[in-house]
Every structure is written in C-alpha cells, then in structure tokens.
Design a protein around this ligand. Structure first.
Ligand code: MRU
Length: 356
C-alpha cells in the first residue's frame, strides 16, 4: 500500500485525516501552524513517530512567514512556535524530539541569513521523515525474528503505517514477517474510546493483505486462555531509562494478562521514543482527554447517562518487569532495564534537551 501518513507536498504539510478512516481516505493540506496544532489535538494525525514529523513541520510553518532578517527576532518567533506546538499533546516524546530537532538546526545556523535558517529547518523536518522510514524497517527486521511461521499476534491501538510515515513499529514487525513468507494471524483490539485498533490497524492490515481479526478489548483474556495468542506486540509513546513504557490505555491490561498466561509481551519503538532523562515511568505525563470521548461513541452516540462521571486517560504505563523485550531500530533489548537499554544505545543520548 503506497500511502504516506504525513509529508511535505506543494509547500504544505499533507496528512491523512485519520478521523475519517476507515470509511474514507481523505488527505488534508495544511499551511498554518494553528491548523496543524488542531490536527494533532483532535488526532487527525497521531501516533508517536508521526507526531515527531508533524511537530517539526508545525514549528517550521510557525516561522516561515517571518519577514525580519535578524536572529534575535527570529529566535523569539521560533521559541513561541516551539512552545505552542509543544502544548498540543503531552505524552509522546517524539513530538518534543521533533520540535527540538528543528530548533537545534536553526540555532546551529544562527549566523546565516534568516531565509537560509528557514530552509535548514525544513530540511531537518524532511530528514526526520526519511529517518523514520529507515528506522521502522529496521524495527521490522529485528522484530520479525521473534515471530515463528504460523504465529498469532495480538496488538492494540495503531502502531502501524498510520502512526509513522509509511511502515509502522509493532505492525512493521508483522509486515516484515509476512514479507519473509511467514503466515501470521493478527488480533487487533478495537481500542476504546477512539477505536484506533478497529478503524486504523484493521484498515491498514486488511489493505496490506494481512490476516486480521478485530476483537472487542475485553476479548483478549479469553483468547489468551484459549491458547489463541502466541505474542503481544504494542508500540510506545515514551519509554523511560529503565524501560517503563507509556502506550495507549489498555496496554497495561494486556501486559498483566500476558504475564499470567506466560505469553511474550513486546514493545516496538524507535530510539526517538526513549526519554533517557526519566528514571522511570512515574515521571511520564499521561494525557487526560475530554470525557465525551468515553461517554459517546466516536463523539456521536451517547452511551452514558447525562452528567455521569467519566475519566479518559489516553495512556497507561507498563512497568519494565512485564515487558519481555523492546524491539528498537538498534536491536532487541531483552529484559529491559537501565543497563540493557544503555548497552544497546552505547552511550548515545537523545539530542533533545527539554520535554515540554
Ligand atoms: O492517542 P494515539 O492514537 O496517538 O496513541 C498512539 C499509540 O498509543 C501508539 O501505540 C504509539 O504512539 C506508538 S505508534 C508507533
């Protein structure tokens, strides 16, 4: 399937409007930073790596019409744009990493004319896009070694093409295994409340010809008890230095179930999803979203009494003890812990300095 979740086309940011799937494949062309902020907020573009690219391009949109020629004035505009885009969603570290990357590119070129600084920022955003294409394939290659022919894989949310540029992390592992000729069956949890599993993962897996079966979230335990699940693979929005991993709400449930049923539980994520400044998952800020996403089905049909209390945390944190391995673009980290994570990144730290 030749689709790109996000890219730079005709001087605009082109995204797939994910709120329209699976009914319609609609592209949006965005040329204002405020519109991109809104697209991130309402999840027309979503998924940690895609958010990294969106944030980088968003900051560029915020400064590209700056008409002055002085660095101090440009820098003020840049900081304001970075702060604004950073306020869109708090959990995925990739979003802050994308912002930091384009800001660093500007800073490093601050002796250049402003026009040149802007060009460098756009080039940096395009670099993020190209790098994601490569790193997802590496994750796919490493992770596919963990899947035997005939495996049944259960996944949650969407960590696929639609969460990255064009391949995916957790689903990238499945795509790579399928390419190698392994027959893989996928169970996709629908992923209440916004149904990224049924709307997005099922859509792309089905289009790619993968054998996918949608399940309600509460079906996972009985499938496992019945011996129908060999492996669970999920993505991540932020991974602390000890391997504690934030991902879509409900991921922790699956990890606990896997431990009980002795099923391997894997997280798949690129290096840009690691937040090595955070000692453990307790420091990860979990996004709280509007209660209406829970009390209504896809913000339309009401499924709770008027005025009933509801909470809507978008993510949960799976402790590293429950994770069998983290599949990264640098290799597989078995029994994730500070030492094993440090070893795989060989002292390389993330280039970004601030979180939000
Ligand atoms: O709220 P979302 O849809 O942005 O949440 C996305 C996820 O939880 C994904 O699993 C995660 O970002 C990894 S994407 C490769």
């Amino acid at each position: 399937m030749d689709i790109r979740t996000i890219g730079w086309k005709n001087n605009k940011v082109r995204i797939i409007d994910q709120t329209k799937l699976p009914q319609r494949l609609v592209y949006l062309d965005i040329d204002k930073m405020e519109d991109l902020w809104q697209a991130i907020k309402v999840m027309q573009v979503r998924g940690a790596p895609a958010l990294g690219a969106a944030a980088a391009l968003g900051v560029y949109l915020g400064v590209r019409n700056y008409s002055g020629s002085d660095w101090p004035g440009f820098c003020r505009k840049l900081n304001a744009a970075a702060k604004y885009i950073a306020s869109s969603r708090p959990t995925a570290i990739n979003l802050f990493w994308g912002i930091e990357k384009v800001c660093a590119a500007a800073q490093e070129n601050n002796k250049q004319p402003v026009v040149k600084i802007k060009q460098t920022m756009l080039e940096e955003a395009k670099k993020i896009i190209r790098a994601d294409v490569c790193s997802c394939r590496k994750i796919g290659d490493y992770g596919s070694r963990l899947l035997k022919p005939g495996s049944s894989v259960l996944t949650i949310c969407n960590a696929g093409i639609l969460a990255t540029i064009d391949y995916g992390t957790a689903l990238g592992v499945i795509y790579s295994a399928c390419k190698q000729g392994k027959k893989i069956r996928v169970f996709s949890c629908e992923t209440r409340p916004l149904l990224q599993g049924s709307r997005l993962s099922c859509w792309e897996l089905y289009k790619q010809g993968v054998d996918v079966t949608m399940i309600a979230d509460n079906t996972a335990a009985s499938l496992m008890a019945g011996g129908k699940v060999d492996v669970v693979i999920a993505g991540a929005d932020r991974i602390a230095a000890n391997g504690d991993s934030a991902n879509k709400i409900g991921t922790l449930n699956l990890a606990v179930l896997c431990r009980y049923h002795r099923i391997p539980f894997y997280i798949a994520a690129p290096q840009s999803t690691f937040d090595l400044k955070l000692k453990n998952g307790r420091g990860i800020k979990v996004e709280m979203r509007d209660r209406q996403e829970v009390t209504k089905i896809l913000l339309k049909k009401t499924v709770a009494p008027e005025g009933a209390a509801a909470i809507n945390p978008a993510f949960d944190i799976t402790p590293h003890e429950l994770i069998s391995a983290i599949i990264t673009d640098k290799g597989i980290i078995r029994m994730p812990c500070v030492k094993n994570i440090r070893r795989i990144f060989k002292g390389e730290t993330n280039a970004f300095k601030r979180n939000r």
